[in-house]
Ligand binder design. Structure first.
Ligand SMILES: [Ca+2]
Ligand SMILES: [Ca+2]
Ligand SMILES: [Ca+2]
Length: 434
């Protein structure tokens, strides 16, 4: 048997994972932006102890604490490069690389845009700020070893490692405790009425690969092995790392790949890598097909769905209308599903090299209570995601990011673009305080 074909399954792994008040900046009140300032923009602090850094804002004539975190990087032999340092290891790999405690150029300071304050008056502080950070009209100030550091006790994201559950300002996500890549719960906290409720049956990846002169392979998310490697929890984001591979009996047949799921207060960012050793255009039969996406529960019936190429909303109700059958599927990189139970926006960042090859991110949409793709905890498909057309994918390595976005508060149609833009860190300027 030729195992090299099966390496392509690693593509699946990361896919199967797949918000307060700011009186001084009303325009930012509903912002979901996370400011990220890299070490190279904080020259005055390079090489200094991170424990001596302290971020404060100036508001209403007073210096105040705000939640922030500083994430370090360290060389990781598996990634063969520097990657985020984790606080806690899960069982198997306990030799996780540790940080050196000092700020380096590729490390990052994170906080929320909406927590930023007014322009400060440095002379009003007993401790002199060293750097002024400006973004989106707001200000924050970085101090070095102040006599009176101000520290916020607030945390915008929480993690329960035993339940593998993330509880953030804008949502709750929970994963299967035995299959770390299988997301089983998605609870938006932006519902219009009632209490937050789970709207997800399961995140599914389904593929049928008909390999020329070889075998037909059916694959779904549950026949991959996934191990939680470790995690880091801060007040601004959680980094949750896992290793995923495909086994055939006792033999591991895919290279070890680790991916970081990033959980921010109002969005989740899942990077994924396609390591495809074969040219699907030559080696796969045309009946090869697949999809990756969210199968919603019937609790989400009544939700309206619209997308980049389908601005007119259709109804998720367990049956395909003529309009749903006629949806424009080609090259759809974002979509929104919104109901009384809450709103989810999904933005896929497709690899530009795939686009160059003519492989676009195509929509998968099935709203049919009679269609079953087991396991079905909630019978029927109300599935939205993207198609995986391996017959079009050339050999190579590709990166795709899937973002789940939960706008704060009741959703207004037409605002989705604002939130999609806010998953990218905003522009920042840093100046020394003279
Ligand atoms: Ca460091
Ligand atoms: Ca429908
Ligand atoms: Ca279902």
């Amino acid at each position: 048997m030729n195992f090299k074909y099966l390496r392509l399954f690693i593509f699946l792994a990361p896919f199967v994972s797949l918000s307060l008040l700011c009186a001084s900046h009303p325009a930012q009140a509903s912002s979901i932006s996370t400011v990220q300032v890299t070490g190279k923009d904080l020259q005055a602090f390079l090489g200094h102890e991170i424990s001596q850094m302290n971020l404060q804002v100036y508001r209403g004539g007073k210096w105040q604490a705000l939640p922030y975190q500083i994430d370090e990087k360290a060389f990781d032999p598996i990634a063969r490069g520097r990657r985020w340092v984790l606080d806690q290891a899960f069982s198997r790999r306990t030799d996780l690389p540790a940080g050196n405690g000092k700020l380096e150029e590729d490390e990052v300071l994170l906080f929320l845009l909406k927590d930023m304050g007014e322009k400060g008056s440095p002379e009003s502080s007993t401790d002199r700020p060293v750097l002024e950070i400006k973004s989106g009209g707001g200000y924050a100030y970085l101090f070095l070893n102040p006599k009176n550091p101000l520290v916020s006790q607030e945390s915008y994201v929480r993690y329960n490692p035993n339940e593998d559950e993330i509880d953030a300002l804008g949502y709750k996500n929970r994963f299967n405790t035995h299959q770390a890549i299988v997301q089983e719960e998605l609870v938006p906290k932006n519902q219009k009425s009632g209490s937050p409720a789970n709207i997800l049956d399961r995140f599914k990846v389904r593929m049928m690969l008909a390999i020329k002169n070889f075998i037909d392979v059916n694959i779904d998310e549950s026949n991959l092995t996934s191990k939680k490697v470790g995690y880091r929890v801060g007040p601004i984001r959680i980094i949750r790392r896992m290793a995923v591979y495909k086994s055939l009996g006792p033999i591991r047949i895919t290279p070890k790949a680790e991916s970081d799921f990033l959980f921010y207060p109002y969005f989740v960012r899942v990077p994924s890598r396609l390591d495809n050793p074969i040219d699907g255009r030559k080696s796969l039969e045309s009946n090869s097909k697949g999809f990756a996406g969210f199968d919603f529960t019937h609790f989400f019936y009544g939700a309206r769905f619209f997308s980049e190429k389908n601005p007119r909303p259709v109804l998720i109700d367990g049956a395909m209308s003529a309009e749903e059958k006629g949806l424009n599927l080609k090259d759809v990189t974002w979509w929104t599903a919104t109901s009384e139970k809450g709103t989810l926006i999904v933005k896929v960042q497709w690899d530009p090299n795939l686009v160059k090859e003519g492989v676009t991110c195509n929509l998968y949409y099935v709203d049919d209570r009679t269609s079953l793709k087991p396991p079905e905890m909630d019978p029927g498909e109300a599935a939205v995601g993207f198609q995986l057309d391996f017959t079009q994918i050339p050999a190579g390595q590709y990166s795709v990011y899937v973002n789940q976005i939960f706008p704060p508060g009741p959703f207004q149609m037409g605002t989705e673009g604002t939130y999609i833009n806010q998953i990218q860190p905003p522009a920042v300027s840093v100046t020394p305080v003279s």
